[in-house]
Design a protein around this ligand. Structure first.
Ligand code: PLP
Length: 392
């Protein structure tokens, strides 16, 4: 292992050499079914031919020019994202945390330009995760991640996720926006009630606040719709994307309505790398696939199948699993046994998964999986549960 790396991760002693579709292969030829997908990043799996072709073609032409010039692929991607969402304006970043930071800047600038420079505070929710920059950590207000990194950035009021009364009580003259994940990922695959999302939209309208949705993990098809908030039939004012947007190429985005973004004029925000031709070529190729006929319907159907099978499996192993939650192909296995230990057992069975809060195991497979991959995953989980029962 390379010990010069800063040891900020508890890494598994497992390295991969190549990937194909939903599978990863080690140099010595072991095969793993990848239901981690780089933490909901490899939305189209590994080595997707259309993405490889797009990247290779662009790599031979132009990588980077800076945002001092027009980037036609970026204009095209922004237009396509806008055409398929609530948004009118798009800004490209390199990561999720940067998209969140930018979204917060949009909200503050909006009220500033409207003659309300006092409206700077943002209400966020317990259990949230918005990234690892100081401000994104401050927004999520998880003491575990902020420990030793204070002082936190000012301007956040954290309320219990899902509780409308407490949220309403937190609104003051200084409130600018509400920031929420429609489905919390790191927090343990906690889906907001659709009624809660509708109530958030209504309270934002009532008080003139901006609704900022963090769809970095639950967006880009993962829930079975292109964006998770679409299940509630609402529209945000601002939304942050990243993870699945580049399906493995680092790219994030802030999407906003014309009204919310009107004050983001030249000089107000920027990024050296954001939206470069390589990232734009790959993200456009990702959209080609995701917007294709029947793609999202397939995600929804496969997600329903996986959920049914997992629910039956959990019922057969009540000493190991409690149940299943989530939406689409963003599912959480509620564990009775410690999730980290079961994740290691699943890895021994050739299935890669991700932990989350509340003792949950996240299943975040590539969105291209088929019924046979569902079968394979369920069999691996079944074997791990059976081994557990025997050992106990
Ligand atoms: C991963 C994630 C982020 C942070 O994204 P980075 O690219 O790691 O900065 C923010 N919000 C949510 C909901 C995430 O899942």
């Amino acid at each position: 292992m390379s010990d010069a790396l800063m040891p900020t991760y508890a890494r598994a002693d497992l390295a991969f050499e190549r990937g194909e579709g939903p599978y990863l292969y080690t140099a010595d030829g072991r095969r793993f079914l990848d239901f981690a997908a780089g933490i909901a990043v490899n939305a189209l799996g590994h080595s997707h031919p259309h993405l490889v072709a797009a990247l290779q073609e662009q790599a031979g032409k132009l990588w980077h020019v800076s945002n001092l010039y027009t980037i036609p692929e970026g204009q095209r991607l922004a237009g396509r994202l806008a055409a398929n969402s609530f948004a009118d304006r798009v800004f490209f970043s390199n990561s999720g945390a940067e998209a969140i930071e930018g979204a917060l800047k949009v909200a503050r600038r909006y009220h500033y330009a409207a003659g309300h420079p006092e409206k700077t505070r943002v209400i966020s929710c317990s259990g949230a995760f918005h990234g690892r920059t100081l401000t994104a950590l401050s927004a999520a207000a998880n003491p575990k991640y902020l420990d030793g990194f204070g002082p936190a950035s000012e301007g956040f009021d954290n309320v219990p996720f899902g509780n409308m009364n407490e949220l309403r009580n937190a609104i003051t003259e200084e409130t600018a926006a509400i920031l929420v994940e429609p489905i919390q990922g790191e927090g343990g695959i906690r889906a907001a009630d659709l009624e809660y999302l509708r109530a958030l939209r209504a309270v934002c309208d009532e008080y003139g606040l901006l609704l900022i949705l963090d769809e970095i993990q639950c967006g880009m098809g993962r829930s079975g719709k292109l964006f998770a908030h679409q299940w509630a039939g609402i529209e945000p004012d601002v939304m942050a994307l990243a993870k699945g947007l580049g399906s493995g190429f680092p790219v994030g985005a802030i999407l906003a309505t014309e009204k919310a973004a009107a004050a983001m004029q030249p000089g107000t925000h920027g990024s050296t790398f954001g939206g470069n031709p390589l990232a734009m070529a790959v993200a456009n190729a990702v959209l080609d696939v995701m917007l294709g006929e029947g793609f999202l319907e397939q995600v929804e159907a496969t997600g329903r199948l996986l959920r049914e099978r997992l629910t039956e499996l959990a019922a057969r192993h009540p000493k190991v699993l409690k149940g299943v939650r989530g939406a689409g192909l963003m599912l959480g296995l509620e564990c009775v046994v410690p999730n980290t230990e079961l994740i290691a057992k699943l890895r021994d069975e050739g299935l890669l998964t991700v932990g989350a809060a509340e003792n949950v195991i996240r299943l975040l497979p590539p969105l291209i999986i088929e019924e046979r991959h569902v079968d394979e995953a369920v069999q691996a989980i079944e074997r791990a549960c059976a081994t557990w029962a025997k050992a106990a």
